[in-house]
Design a protein around this ligand. Structure first.
Ligand code: PEP
Length: 232
């Protein structure tokens, strides 16, 4: 998953997609066997979706956030029904949102519920295990409809010290963490995120409990992201 955060204009998004597509063709990278997801800003999401039709790439899109409310009088929010037209996934509970926008477990749970209601797959970011323990996914009063979506949730383990620092967690530690998450929540995909690059990605994806990676900084360069996919 490429998390572009607050980067790239519409024009830069188009350039990234064209370079990525050229790279796929020139380097003969087989993207087919892997799920490749790009999370642009809301302003770029519609154009990215449009470009994909012409480029015939097998990419999926994620929104970087979702409103905790249904549509209505919530200025500045983008709701699940709007996202559903453009993306299949939503990043929920990223540590930057928890830290900078005061998102707590209750809000993260509301966002998970709104994603599931629209059949969007939430990619729930956690940096400590308690965040999964307080998750709606575990809650007793979880209604039966949502329960049936449980295996459609993806967890991304992102330790705070590793994000944007150039100092990733060890693959062994990340694998242990992923194993604990699966003990809590069942056999769902658990990704690792935090300073992943093309030269360290394999050390994580070769671990038995790690099902993929969430990439921030290194995903801004389309050819580096392509290398990450190739090496994963
Ligand atoms: C992230 O913030 O989701 C992330 C993984 O960032 P980076 O790859 O830049 O550490």
């Amino acid at each position: 998953i490429a998390n572009w955060k607050s980067n790239k204009t519409i024009k830069e998004t188009e350039e990234w997609l064209h370079s990525f597509s050229d790279g796929v063709k020139r380097k003969g990278v087989n993207v087919e066997g892997k799920t490749v997801i790009v999370a642009p800003s809301f302003t770029s999401l519609e154009h990215a979706h449009y470009c994909l039709g012409n480029l015939k790439l097998s990419l999926k899109f994620a929104a970087q956030d979702i409103s905790p409310f249904d549509e209505g009088a919530h200025t500045g929010e983008v709701n699940g029904r709007q996202i559903k037209e453009l993306a299949d996934y939503v990043i929920v509970g990223h540590s930057e949102r928890r830290k900078n926008f005061g998102e707590d477990e209750e809000m993260v749970n509301q966002k998970i519920e709104h994603s599931l209601k629209q059949e969007l797959t939430p990619i729930v970011c956690v940096s400590i295990l308690e965040q999964t323990q307080k998750s709606k996914l575990k809650s007793q009063n979880y209604n039966s409809k949502l329960k049936s979506y449980e295996n459609k949730v993806v967890i991304a383990y992102e330790p705070l010290f590793a994000i944007g620092s150039g100092k990733p967690d060890t693959p062994e530690n990340a694998n242990e963490f992923a194993k604990s998450i699966k003990n809590e929540l069942g056999e769902i995909p658990v990704l690792y995120g935090g300073s992943v690059k093309s030269d360290n990605v394999k050390s994580f994806t070769s671990m038995p409990h790690i099902g993929g990676v969430l990439v921030g900084g290194a995903s801004l360069d389309p050819l580096e992201f392509l290398k990450i996919i190739k090496n994963a």
